[in-house]
Design a binder for this molecule. Structure first.
Ligand code: 6PG
Length: 474
């Protein structure tokens, strides 16, 4: 056997990852795809990679040095189970099967438990960075056993993106922890994209600037505290002109956003964990609203204000920038809350600062301010809410007057800004001295004797609403 690592699944992500692995010193890469033509094409197109191709799983297993390590890069779902089963049959105890797809972490937990029975390691590994990242350096979020990471870690380090000299990979935690964190990454990605989209929409409708002009604004923002991959590519997309019509491409793309499901998983999981990821949820729902083309067509004549023209365009653009920054802090704060809750629920020892660190390069949400998150958790590993860390607290404080103005203007102008406004409501909910939840407890006690606690005494109480309305200990 001549290969130290194998890849199964030669679609774009798989073949790019295989090429990335092959380009690193010391790696010889075995490749396998269900239909062999793909493998043959890849091998002939990339002779420099020195791939070791196989046309059966048995040959693939035979081409790998022990402990065998194979990364599965197939469409998440039933296909993954089929490949795992084949590999389990061909592999031996001590070997390592890695799933690099966007698997649901509960599937990963199930698979890990089943594969572990055979003595083979199963590692769910989140991989972010799209096709480009897979080829040149992704951010990698492996779960699984610490033992498997001893073999896998050096291989993953060799292909990961590098941020300030450090490879963007860490052993996130056991079993499904890696896929869980990748899921939250995608949830934050949804929120970040929605916030950027709201910023664009408000600027466009409030100032009448063209997409090309707004592209320049984003390019400018990318030099400051908002510096990030998503801001950078937003400028590129807004600059693009459609060859057919000569219109801005963004004006000829159908305004119905698709979704492969990871954002919805984040929200579903957060609901189960009781974590309010409202910014992420609004981002998922905003895509749903956009895709309801029939409802939108039927609703187009509903009454309401239709847009606005701001007087001070530069001032407004700066307000929107600050609103975006503050809302983004909330999205990350909520995302990390979900990570903390998941870690507690599933017994994962997740180092929050390390997660922020491996998101600094390679992944879709890479951004300058991730360093600040790492610092915040370094200063206080038990930080209860990221937004309360001094740096973020100050940043939000600086931004909040603008943030509030933007949300007010959007509401008055009839421009949807669900992520901006829900983030602000969440922030105000967190900082409230008293919440109307007290009234909700009263209502619950009224109709269902659900009881309540008091601010001034220990214990649980119920008011006899249908009788003499006296209170008793429940
Ligand atoms: C990444 C991306 C990647 C993929 C998402 C997009 O980190 O590289 O998140 O995993 O692009 O699946 O998801 P939607 O299709 O749901 O937008």
């Amino acid at each position: 056997p001549s290969a130290n690592i194998g890849v199964v699944g030669m679609a774009v992500m798989g073949s790019n990852l295989a090429r990335n692995l092959a380009s690193r010193e010391g790696n010889t890469v075995a490749v396998y795809n269900r239909s062999p033509e793909r493998t043959r094409t890849l091998v002939s197109e990339h002779p420099e990679a020195g791939f070791v191709p196989s046309e059966s799983i048995a040959d693939f297993a035979a081409s790998l040095q022990k402990p065998r390590t194979a990364i599965i890069m197939v469409q998440a779902g039933a296909g993954t189970d089929a490949v795992i089963n084949q590999l389990v049959d061909a592999f031996e105890p001590g070997d390592i099967i890695v799933d690099g797809g966007n698997a649901l972490f509960t599937d990963t937990r199930r698979r890990e438990a089943a594969v572990r029975e055979t003595g083979i390691h199963f590692v769910g590994c989140g991989i972010s960075g799209g096709e480009e990242g897979a080829l040149n350096g992704p951010s990698l979020m492996p779960g699984g056993t610490a033992e498997s990471y001893e073999t896998l870690g050096p291989i993953l380090r060799s292909i990961a993106a590098v941020a300030e000299g450090e490879p963007c990979v860490t052993h996130v935690g056991t079993d499904g922890a890696g896929h869980f964190v990748k899921m939250i990454h995608n949830g934050i990605e949804y929120a970040d994209m929605q916030l950027i989209a709201e910023a664009y929409d408000l600027i466009r409708r409030g100032t009448g600037k063209s997409p090309a002009e707004i592209a320049e604004i984003f390019a400018e923002w990318n030099k400051g505290e908002l510096e990030s991959y998503l801001i950078e590519i937003t400028a590129e997309v807004l600059r693009q002109v459609d060859a057919d019509t000569q219109l801005p491409l963004v004006d000829v793309i159908l305004d119905a956003a698709g979704a492969k499901g990871t954002g919805a998983w984040t929200v579903q999981t957060a609901l189960d964990l009781g974590v309010p990821v409202s910014g992420i949820a609004e981002a998922v729902f905003a895509r749903s609203v956009s895709s309801k083309l029939e409802q939108r067509a039927a609703s187009r004549t509903l009454p309401g204000p239709d847009g606005f023209q701001v007087e001070d365009a530069d001032g407004f653009v700066e307000d929107v920038r600050l609103a975006l920054y503050a809302s983004k802090i909330i999205a990350y704060s909520q995302g990390f809350d979900a990570i903390i809750a998941g870690a507690e629920q599933y017994g994962w020892d997740i180092k929050k600062g390390d997660i922020a660190a491996i998101w600094r390069a390679g992944c879709i949400i890479r951004a300058r301010f991730l360093n600040r998150i790492t610092e915040a958790y370094a200063e206080d590993p038990n930080l209860v809410a990221l937004v309360t860390a001094p740096f973020f607290r100050d940043a939000v404080d600086t931004a909040q007057a603008a943030w509030r103005r933007v949300v007010v203007q959007a509401a008055q102008a009839g421009i949807p800004a669900p992520a901006f406004s829900s983030s602000l409501s969440y922030y105000d909910g967190l900082r409230a001295e008293r919440l109307p939840a007290a009234l909700i407890q009263g209502q619950r006690d009224f109709f269902g004797a659900h009881t309540y606690k008091r601010v001034d005494r220990d214990g649980v109480f119920h008011t006899d609403w249908s009788g003499d309305r006296t209170e008793r200990s429940a």
